[in-house]
Design a binder for this molecule. Structure first.
Ligand SMILES: *[C@@H]1O[C@H](CO)[C@@H](O)[C@H](O)[C@H]1NC(C)=O
Ligand SMILES: *[C@@H]1O[C@H](CO)[C@@H](O)[C@H](O)[C@H]1NC(C)=O
Ligand SMILES: *[C@@H]1O[C@H](CO)[C@@H](O)[C@H](O)[C@H]1NC(C)=O
Ligand SMILES: *[C@@H]1O[C@H](CO)[C@@H](O)[C@H](O)[C@H]1NC(C)=O
Length: 516
């Protein structure tokens, strides 16, 4: 328990204020007020936090977006909570995870370009504390189960050296769901760890494994302490693997990729349902804030779908970044509603730290905004107005400079400013791809050989990016290029080191792990 005493001195000036007081104090005299507050770490004030991150889970793959995939548990939780329908993540894994855990844009961490490959000596820098470190400072018990993917080439980058009390999961970006084996080029090895130790659960499907490990943490948890459980599932990233029983309900889906993917989604949905039951049995569900988020858009080539959004995983079109997300918890002031406020994955850091009663001391400048009131109350006070989706200086330049542009619009970048979204360079595949059972055909508006490198959309009016208005709104284009140029000035150099042969698991007992 923490007591705080505040003493206020004030000279009374206003007659009005005095009149409101129950007793009479001579006008103009000094008064002092002693206010004593106390806060209890634990039970009553700090909620438990369950953060579930799905991998490559598409916008059109959750039941409540009218998907042909059934997600009864996720649908129910979202319906009881708040659906975030104007929610943005990054187009691929490492970028989203690094921004979630640091609260900072890629341009500020050097991770502007791509994912971290298993053989690459790269990681989210240690120069700013990450989310579990801040939560630990204010008494949380912190645990991570699942995919890491923000770097592991040195021991100091492992989860248990970055604020997690415990970790169970895999460090790279993808692997076999049963053997937990991963090949990158010619290098192959198992990727599974219990804290820092190699683990072997060969034959156990990761969705079951991770959900069981998460349940164990909840069951063992001392409820006097607040819990932070970060659960980045392997589901539903490729490879397309799932126990047969989960694909049974989808026999009618003819496309094999889509059918297996649907089964994988169902397994994840079941895992979420199971885990919420464990929280309930423990008696802490009422004081748990659950956040569910995808890490990026669905991968069309591996069964995912984002229709009617344009593009998919890896692109700066909406299909790559306009993500599925919702929150659930009794502490939300409004429930059963949809939030249309602009929320970005960097916002979780300040939002959750402040909800936990923590502070942001010691962090490098954050790009996230505390959105608790925005989400919980629909408040418009502290709303986010813009998102730097990314500037990738290592992208291959495309086309010509826009006349008098303050920003090199030949490189891949995207910026949201109010209703407007500007896309430059080569943003990736911009097709509209309906799910395979919808007989519409793929619509691709852009000729891939064209040199077009600027698009402007009014995303609020045109969320599916059908109508590029860059020609008719050149002043908005210029304004946004200016803002991109300003962001670019704050960027740190991009780190994308060469693959390192020393990473080979054959030198490390057959496991992927730190090598430097
Ligand atoms: C894990 O256990 C299985 C079965 O016991 C064994 O075949 C496999 O070689 C082990 N893997 C590692 C990396 O030790
Ligand atoms: C959920 O719990 C049931 C009952 O214990 C179990 O059979 C199932 O495998 C669990 N599912 C997952 C995904 O962990
Ligand atoms: C949780 O809250 C609900 C509604 O506020 C209440 O009905 C229920 O009894 C609570 N459960 C526990 C375990 O406190
Ligand atoms: C930040 O505040 C916490 C207390 O909330 C304290 O433990 C920690 O030492 C502070 N860190 C810095 C860098 O000031």
């Amino acid at each position: 328990m923490i007591f705080r005493a505040y003493i206020f001195f004030a000279r009374l000036k206003s007659e009005d204020k005095i009149r409101e007081m129950p007793f009479k104090i001579p006008y103009g005299s000094f008064v002092s007020l002693l206010i004593i507050t106390y806060s209890v770490h634990g039970k009553s004030t700090q909620p438990h936090i369950l953060f579930i991150l799905a991998d490559d889970f598409g916008f059109n793959d959750i039941g409540y977006h009218n998907s042909e995939i059934n997600t009864p548990n996720l649908d129910k939780l979202a319906a009881e909570g708040i659906k975030l329908e104007n929610y943005y993540v990054q187009p691929i894994c490492t970028p989203t995870r690094s921004q979630l855990l640091s609260g900072r844009y890629q341009v500020h961490t050097g991770l502007q370009h791509g994912i971290i490959w298993p053989q690459q000596p790269n990681a989210l820098p240690l120069d700013s504390p990450i989310l579990p470190q801040k939560l630990k400072e204010v008494g949380y018990s912190t645990h991570a189960v699942g995919k890491w993917h923000i770097g592991f080439y040195k021991k100091e980058y492992l989860p248990t050296n970055r604020g997690f009390d415990s970790y169970f999961g895999y460090l790279t970006g993808s692997e076999d769901y049963y053997t937990h084996y991963r090949c990158d080029g010619k290098m192959c090895g198992t990727d599974l760890r219990d804290n820092t130790n190699p683990a072997n659960y060969s034959g156990v499907y990761s969705t079951h494994l991770f959900s069981q490990k998460a349940a164990d943490i909840v069951k063992k948890h001392n409820t006097d302490q607040p819990l932070f459980l970060y659960l980045p599932f392997q589901s539903v990233h490729a490879p397309l693997q799932v126990p047969e029983k989960y694909t049974q309900p989808y026999r009618h889906i003819k496309n094999k990729h889509r059918r297996v993917y649907a089964g994988m989604v169902s397994a994840m949905d079941e895992a979420v349902g199971n885990l919420t039951e464990v929280f309930k049995q423990k008696g802490i569900w009422n004081n748990t804030l659950m956040v569910f988020s995808t890490d990026n858009g669905g991968q069309i080539l591996e069964g995912g779908n984002n229709y009617p959004l344009r593009g998919w995983k890896g692109s700066l079109w909406e299909g790559g970044m306009h993500g599925v997300g919702f929150v659930h918890g009794q502490m939300l002031r409004r429930r059963g509603v949809v939030s249309n406020e602009l929320i970005h994955v960097t916002d979780w850091y300040p939002t959750l730290v402040s909800l936990a009663g923590g502070n942001l001391n010691g962090t490098k400048p954050l790009d996230g905004v505390d959105q608790w009131k925005t989400i919980s109350e629909g408040s418009v006070v502290n709303q986010r107005k813009s998102i730097l989706h990314n500037i990738d200086p290592l992208s291959k330049p495309k086309g010509q400079m826009w006349p008098n542009s303050p920003f090199d619009n030949r490189i891949r970048a995207a910026l949201r400013m109010g209703d407007w979204k500007l896309v430059t360079g080569n943003p990736g595949n911009g097709s509209w791809v309906p799910p395979p059972h919808v007989n519409l055909g793929v619509l691709d508006m852009e000729n891939s050989t064209s040199n077009k490198n600027i698009w402007l959309f009014n995303i609020t009016a045109d969320p599916y990016e059908h109508k590029d208005v860059s020609d008719t709104m050149p002043h908005v284009v210029m304004q946004m290029l200016d803002l991109l140029a300003q962001y670019n000035k704050t960027a740190v150099p991009c780190r994308y080191p060469k693959m390192d042969p020393k990473a080979d698991p054959k030198y490390h007992g057959g496991y992927w792990g730190p090598w430097l």
